[in-house]
Design a protein around this ligand. Sequence first.
Ligand code: E4P
Length: 232
Amino acid sequence: MEFMLDTANITEIKKYGAFLPLAGVTTNPSIIKKEGEMNFFKHMQEIRSLIGKERSLHIQVVAQDYEGMMEDARAILENVDQDVFVKIPTTPEGLEAMKELKKQGVNVTATAIYTKFQAYLAIAAGADYIAPYFNRMENLNIDPREAISEMAAEIARTNSSTKILAASFKNVAQVNAACECGAQSATMGVDIIAAGTTLTSVQNAVDTFTTDWESVYGRGKRISDLCIYQWN
Ligand code: E4P
C-alpha cells in the first residue's frame, strides 16, 4: 500500500518522512487552517522540495463552481508545479472540472467521496485517485469496507487505472481495513502513524534483545564494535 501523510506541517513531514516509506502528502483547506495564515504557494513549494518529485503532492481547490475550480487548479499548477494532483470534491461541478482537467493531462484526485456512486462517476471521469472518507462514512452509517471493496471491484471491472486513496481515518484498524478491502493508498495524520509505530510490546522486545546481547558482549557494545575489536 502507498502511505501518504495528511498534513501540511513541515516539521511533521520531515520527522515522519524520515522513516516512512512515504508515497505522498495530501492537504485540504481544513488542514491548511491548522497551519495558520501562510504564504500558501511558498509553503506548498517547500513541501514539494521536501518530498521530491518522486512522491505525489495533492492540493485541493477551494472554489465550488466549475470556473472557480478550473482557476484554482491553474493557479496551483502554475505556482507549485505541473505534477501536483489537483484535489477536486466529487460534486457535479467537480466532475465537470475533473473531465476537463483530465482532457488537459492534469493529475486529478477526486475527493469528498462518501458513496460508491460518487466513486463510480469519478472513475469514469478518469480521476487518477479517488478518496473515500472512511471515518466520515462510518459516522453516517455507511459501511466503508463494503464501499471500498466495491470501488476496487469497479476499477477491476472497467480495467481502470484509478487508484483508491482512502482518507479520513481515526485509528489504525480503519487503515488496515481500507488496505484489506482493496485501497491501493491511504492518507493519514501523524497521530495514526505514531499510534501504529510506538507499541510498548515492540519496544520491550527490542530492549530485551539489547539486554541479552550486552550480557554477553558488554554494555554499549554493538556488532560494528566487534569488527574494530577483531581487527585490533
Ligand atoms: C483527505 O485528504 C481528506 O481531505 C481528509 O483525510 C479528511 O479527513 P477528516 O475526515 O479527518 O477531516
